[in-house]
Design a binder for this molecule. Structure first.
Ligand code: CP
Ligand code: NVA
Length: 313
């Protein structure tokens, strides 16, 4: 199923792509995430999702997404059920549609992390409760929603900043591309030849935002004056067998001190994590003064709570 035509999970208010949200809805999520963060720091508790249950389907490993959704549900007074393919056998033991129908009778929302984006789209189409994309091979919307919250919290203007995404044109990069259709930032995508974001994402975004999305090949040129330098692993989950070969292909696309030096002096270095230190990012950058990677990880919790409240209240 083509992402561009299927992309949305509007039926039950699902969130499969940043494009499922308007600019105003994203701004409201950022405001709500900031509020939930403040309340947590002040020790205020709310039980807005008391009695509600979130089903979490994971076909790939996770630290941040799993824990932030589970802790988020607990902090909002609800509960969660962690499900792997061992229990469900999605599409094999039972059809995606039947799993969607059955889970909808038990839980108030479903988060899925899986390989094929089409599976998440099918699940959302057949479910009568909201479905949240916790990462597919194509997109990672919750990550980038949280990241733009972090960037704005750190003082960056979402309508005028310049973001460099360097490395692989992957799911995280694709969600940044989608975010560029909702805000005015310039997005420079710097990737080796053959690792560009897929045309099904890049094409429609480029049509919508024109020259605000740039494709680069030379990291030092691409990083000039950037407000944000963003990177991610060179081999995503499911591409493990390509990892060694990719180390050679991507070697010139590492985020190191030399690259950071040509960006703005107050640039933010971002990484969704997990990081392969020494590959896509050096220790000195990741642990350096410009790095906000652990703030990003923390903000996943606050943004997940905002998403859960909006979709499940
Ligand atoms: N960034 C992120 O989604 O991390 P996990 O894979 O650990 O969930
Ligand atoms: N692109 C990475 C993101 C991990 C959070 C992957 O899909 O493995």
């Amino acid at each position: 199923m083509a992402y561009a035509s299927a992309g949305t999970g509007r039926r039950a208010g699902s969130l499969l792509s940043i494009k499922d949200l308007s600019r105003v809805e994203i701004q409201e999520l950022i405001t709500l995430a900031a509020k939930k963060k403040r309340e947590l720091m002040e020790g205020k508790v709310s039980a807005d999702l008391a009695g509600k249950t979130l089903g979490l389907i994971f076909h790939k490993p996770s630290l941040r997404t799993k824990v932030s959704f589970e802790a988020g549900m607990a902090q909002l007074g609800g509960s969660s059920i962690y499900l792997t393919d061992k229990e469900i056998g999605l599409g094999r033991r039972e059809s995606v549609g039947d799993v969607a129908r059955v889970l909808s009778r038990y839980v108030d929302g479903i988060m899925i992390r899986t390989f094929s984006h089409a599976v998440a789209v099918d699940l959302a189409r057949e479910a009568s409760v909201p479905v949240i994309n916790g990462l597919t091979d194509l997109l990672h919307p919750c990550q980038v929603l949280s990241d733009i919250f972090t960037a704005s919290e750190k003082g960056k203007n979402l309508d005028s900043m310049t973001v460099l995404f360097i490395g692989d044109g992957n799911n995280v990069c694709n969600s940044w591309l989608n975010a560029a259709t909702r805000f005015g930032f310039t997005l420079r995508v710097c990737v080796p030849e053959g690792h560009e974001p897929p045309a099904e994402v890049m094409g429609p975004v480029a049509q919508e935002v024109g020259s605000r999305v740039e494709l680069h090949r030379e990291p030092l040129r691409a990083a000039q004056g950037a407000d944000v330098i963003y990177t991610d692993v060179w081999a995503s989950m499911g591409q493990e067998e390509e990892a060694e070969a990719r180390k050679k292909t991507f070697a010139a696309f590492r985020v190191d001190d030399g690259l950071v030096a040509v960006a703005k002096p107050d640039c933010l270095v971002m990484h969704c994590l997990p990081a392969h230190r020494g590959d896509e990012i050096t220790d000195s950058v990741m642990d350096g003064a410009r790095s906000v990677v652990f703030d990003q990880a923390e903000n996943r919790l606050h943004m997940q709570k905002a998403i859960l409240l909006r979709l499940m209240s």
